[in-house]
Ligand binder design. Structure first.
Ligand code: SAH
Length: 241
């Protein structure tokens, strides 16, 4: 079973999301196990301090190296376990990187995600731990909790058996089924809403034709919205196992 360990100053915020919907079900079904650790427990003084002002001056607070280093060392079961630091300066997350991180996590049996906060963390934590920095996009958030949860959600829905038919990842955007491009449009009941009828082909019951229509729609959308994805070797992205 894959162990996912999140180190944060806001454990309640992280737990709330991990207990909900598909993420929560994955743990209930025994496919993953979450462990959320409060970095504050690794403070060394009686005020439970975890941050201080930056050397050299400037605005903002910096998380101390010792809390992070000792928290990571306490939770990891092996030096080989992947440790990710959420950071706007890291490798940008996409579906391909998600599957790469998941494969590494599954082969080691665990993955550790560190949430920064305030102005960031003392660089020496990184010098000591050599964490892989992962960004969820070119914007700055106030903390690493949302990015860590984004990374966990993207990974867990690709763990074998987590998604059933109700939310299948089979032909979502960026999968091999979609040649690394975007998904097609989808419709459900009723067949007419505010005078808008669903495309007729979907009512024919002709599976091959429907599949062909969906592929065409998906390709047209990719061309219109994300031409950068066309012709990318993204077809390497594995379908859900
Ligand atoms: N001074 C840093 C930003 C710190 S933001 C800089 O300019 O690069 C505080 C924390 O939020 C970071 O330590 C990181 O853990 C998290 N964070 C903010 N934006 C993020 C992003 N786009 N991706 C991943 N983590 C992010």
């Amino acid at each position: 079973m894959l162990e996912i360990k999140v180190l944060t100053l806001f454990p309640d915020m992280v737990r709330a999301v991990l207990e909900t919907s598909i993420l929560g079900r994955a743990q209930a079904q025994g496919q993953v196990r979450y462990e959320v650790t409060d970095i504050r427990d690794f403070s060394v003084d009686k005020h439970r301090t975890v941050d201080d002002t930056p050397y050299g001056g400037g605005a903002g607070m910096i998380m101390m190296a010792s809390c992070i280093v000792e928290a990571v060392e306490a939770v990891r079961t092996s030096d080989a376990s992947p440790v990710l630091l959420t950071s706007p300066q890291g490798d940008r997350l996409d579906e391909r990187l998600t599957l790469e991180l998941l494969a590494e996590a599954e082969s080691e049996g665990e993955i550790i995600l560190v949430c920064g906060h305030y102005k960031g963390i003392d660089e020496r934590a990184q010098d000591i731990l050599g964490m892989r920095e992962i960004s969820i996009g070119d914007y700055v958030l106030s903390g690493g909790e949302l990015p860590a949860l984004v990374i966990v959600d993207a990974m867990v829905r690709r763990v074998a058996g987590v998604l059933h038919d109700a939310a299948s990842a089979d032909c979502d955007s960026f999968t091999a089924e979609r040649d690394g491009g975007l998904d097609c449009p989808w419709y459900t009941k009723p067949p007419v809403y505010r005078e808008l009828a669903i495309p007729e082909v979907l009512l024919t019951g002709h599976h091959a034709k429907i599949e062909q229509w969906r592929q065409e729609q998906a390709r047209a959308r990719t061309r219109a919205r994300r031409p950068d994805l066309l012709g990318e070797p993204d077809a390497k992205i594995a379908p859900e196992r």
